[in-house]
Ligand binder design. Structure first.
Ligand code: ZN
Ligand code: ZN
Ligand code: ZN
Length: 76
């Protein structure tokens, strides 16, 4: 099945992932509704209707906390 890959930054302190861009990986299966090989007129319930869980691809590492965690520590 197809899935999305998120390129982004991994914050090593808090372990959170900050996605910057995403791209779709095509599985090229005829029985997957997201594949480019799939017939767009097909309405078969036998075909995969869900994407696989997205993959996180850390292209950068940051030793700092992510912006969400920084905001959270300020608000307390
Ligand atoms: Zn697919
Ligand atoms: Zn189909
Ligand atoms: Zn965080």
């Amino acid at each position: 099945m197809c899935y999305d890959i998120f390129d982004g930054r991994l914050h090593t302190t808090c372990g959170h992932f900050d996605p910057m861009s995403s791209s779709r990986r095509d599985c090229y299966r005829a029985n997957c509704a997201f594949s480019s090989r799939h017939d767009p007129r097909c309405r078969s319930a036998m075909c995969a209707q869900k994407l696989q869980p997205p993959l996180q691809n850390p292209i950068r590492m940051s030793p700092a906390k992510c912006s969400t965690c920084v905001q959270r520590s300020y608000s307390r």
